[in-house]
Write a protein that binds this ligand. Structure first.
Ligand SMILES: O=C[C@H](O)COP(=O)(O)O
Length: 323
């Protein structure tokens, strides 16, 4: 902590700590209570209408605008990057008194990093690359580390790694910690976001324990999902992860970022996740160095809602580029 404020991960990387299983050994999560709390969010705390446009713009600056498809091409990535540079129509932004808005990052496969870097030159928008055998992670560790190095060589600023789910499912926390430390080292100066693939971890206890290990090994962000699991980001899982981030901050003074990803498609999702962040971690976490939303198709609905706010009517879908 510095002056009672969380230490931002863009100014100081999470140094991690030696593996401390006692921080999570006895952890118990009341799953029905977490589900009730998550279910009550949208109904209980609706953001004031006048403020919704501002919250939606904040969501935009926190989006990791993503394409992770087998048919990605450099042209598609270049179009996505153009969108990341100017996600909201300039006239509407001017009406809202905002300028220079970009998304938080663009997120692509390693072989698309060079195209993204070219397209984003001079914009200040970082390029995040998935790596380590995304999405399943079922590759030998040396190849997974080599993939991180390849992505960095191509110019990636941030690396979204995937963990070995088997280590979690077998309760092999030291193996998980060692794997993550090796990845963290391979990332060098690049931010490391650790994807836990929570939809495959079976229990919220496992989600909490994996979150602790990921932070102890030096992850700068913990991320819910690849977008490829049968169940991706959910509010109860996010609640569990946010509480571990709070515990880690209390134990170490270090603020780790959070990235919900997978299945977030509506402006309402963007608002709900921000309310959850606000209530669990406070306003200081609602900025791109501590909060990202991983999404391939969220921007379109946000554009629609902002356009409605500014013009009083919904634009036809074909006028809004897909997000
Ligand atoms: O990291 C981001 C996810 O892959 C995006 O998932 P999505 O396509 O469901 O938005």
């Amino acid at each position: 902590m510095e002056n009672g404020k969380p230490v931002a991960s863009h100014t100081r990387r999470n140094p991690g700590v030696p593996l401390r299983m006692e921080w999570f050994d006895g952890i118990r999560i009341n799953t029905p209570a977490s589900e009730r709390r998550a279910a009550s969010l949208p109904a209980r705390r609706s953001l004031k209408k006048d403020w919704q446009a501002a919250w939606l713009l904040n969501a935009v600056r926190c989006i990791d605008l993503t394409t992770l498809s087998g048919d990605d091409t450099p042209d598609r990535v270049a179009r996505l990057c153009a969108k990341a540079r100017a996600p909201i129509e300039a006239g509407q932004l001017a009406t809202l008194g905002v300028q220079g808005l970009t998304t938080g990052a663009v997120c692509v496969y390693p072989t698309m990093v060079a195209a993204a870097k070219r397209a984003l030159e001079g914009s200040g928008v970082p390029v995040a690359s998935v790596a380590t055998g995304f999405p399943a992670g079922l590759m030998p560790l040396d190849l997974r580390l080599a993939e991180i190095r390849y992505a960095l060589d191509q110019g990636a600023d941030e690396i979204d790694i995937v963990i070995s789910r088997a280590h979690v499912l077998q309760g092999n926390w030291s193996a998980l910690y060692d794997e993550l430390c090796a990845m963290r080292e391979a990332c060098g100066a690049a931010l490391m976001k650790s994807i836990l693939a929570t939809g495959e971890l079976k229990t919220l206890e496992n989600v909490a324990k994996a979150s602790h290990v990921a932070m102890q090994a030096g992850s700068d962000f913990i991320k819910t999902s690849t977008g490829k699991e049968p169940v991706n980001a959910t509010l109860p899982v996010s609640l569990t992860m946010l509480r571990t981030i709070r515990d880690y901050r209390d134990q170490t003074g270090f603020a780790v970022g959070f990235k919900p990803a997978g299945g977030l498609r509506t402006a309402k999702d963007a608002l709900n996740w921000q309310v959850l962040m606000l209530e669990e971690l406070g306003r200081d976490w609602l900025r791109p160095d501590l909060f990202r939303i991983g999404a391939s198709s969220l921007l379109g609905d946000i554009e629609r809602q902002i356009s409605h706010h500014v013009t009083g009517r919904y634009a036809a879908a074909h006028r809004l580029a897909a997000g």
